[in-house]
Design a protein around this ligand. Structure first.
Ligand code: NAD
Length: 290
């Protein structure tokens, strides 16, 4: 059977188109309301790391595409943690802002946990706040981290069966591996999280109906890790010495064995941004309707 390419590029476009329509409708409905507020996302960047600047600009561009108002804040590398938290606290009470995103990583003199904790969890569109993490783990409604949510949405949009399937996730980070495990468990998959200390990783991966690679090592997952016909989701973004962006999966090899596979670029990456837009809209609805 031919291998299906799961195009995050196309699926994310469909998501953003739907969102754009909902926001357009909102604008029509509130046309005559002088006090109307529309979905707004505040993006904070500390310092001028070029990779962070690219991510931040892509997020602002996506806001424009779907009609979300974006507010940008750039703090100097030398800003203190208290200055950053002061800004977050002002945004927490700003009625124009429904999502607050603080681009990571932060400079070394700042404590990421304290900064994330300062964000009102109802505006935590990255889904990193401990309250959202806790709600996710007990299966309650919450803002879910964008990358794992994007992985799940791709599977759903492709009508891939998750219930009862063996899902192996390589990587146990707080932003990808762990929240994805919670999401897949909620969909009734049998989930195993593998990591750098896992014994017999290859044999474990060969049992997976759905294999997710979130490792950060270019081309790590080769064809011999993959059960024939398995669905392979590649979260990795690695810059190779030739400056090309590559995933954690050796795409050409694995394509020959897998039943379905996400490419890099054009797979999980665009879904992550689409989910950020979706989360901002969701936060807007719950903040304005409560
Ligand atoms: P991380 O460094 O926090 O975690 C990596 C995980 O991989 C760890 O749990 C570690 O135990 C595991 N690991 C490392 N070496 C291993 C090995 N040899 N065998 C088995 N497991 C091993 O990384 P992260 O933040 O979760 O990101 C993972 C990858 O996903 C990176 O390439 C990152 O750039 C990418 N990423 C992509 C998106 C996106 O939007 N597509 C978003 C976030 C992260």
């Amino acid at each position: 059977m031919a291998t299906t390419i799961i195009s995050g590029k196309e699926i994310s476009k469909a998501f953003k188109d739907r969102l754009k329509k909902s926001i357009e409708l909102l604008k029509i409905q509130k046309e005559n309301d002088p006090n109307a507020v529309f979905p707004g996302l505040a993006v904070i960047q500390v310092g001028s790391d070029p990779a962070s600047s690219i991510y931040v600009n892509n997020k602002k561009k996506s806001c424009e595409e779907v009609g979300i108002v974006s507010f940008s804040y750039t703090l100097d590398d030398s800003a203190t943690e208290s200055e950053l938290i002061e800004l977050i606290e002002a945004l927490n009470v700003d009625p124009r802002v429904h999502g607050i995103l603080c681009q990571l990583p932060l400079p070394k003199h700042m404590d990421e946990f304290s900064v994330i904790n300062a964000i009102d969890h109802r505006k935590d569109v990255d889904g990193f706040h401990p309250v959202n993490k806790g709600l996710l783990s007990i299966g309650r409604d919450c803002l879910v981290s964008c990358t794992p949510l994007g992985c799940l949405m791709m599977l759903k949009e492709m009508n891939i069966d998750i219930c009862g399937k063996n899902c192996v996730i390589i990587g146990r980070s707080n932003i990808v591996g762990k929240p994805l495990a919670a999401l897949m468990l909620a969909e009734n998959a049998t989930v195993t999280i593998a990591h750098s200390k896992t014994n017999n990783l290859k044999a474990l991966c060969q049992t997976a109906d759905i294999l997710v690679a979130a490792i950060g090592r270019s081309g790590f997952v080769t064809a011999d890790y993959v059960k024939p016909g398995a669905v392979v989701i590649d979260v990795g973004i690695n810059r190779d010495p030739d400056n090309k962006v590559r995933g954690d999966v050796n795409y050409d090899e694995v394509f020959e064995v897998a039943g379905a596979i996400t490419p890099v670029p054009g797979g999980v990456g665009p879904m992550t941004i689409a989910m950020l837009m979706q989360n901002t809209y969701q936060a807007y609805l719950s903040l304005t309707q409560s």
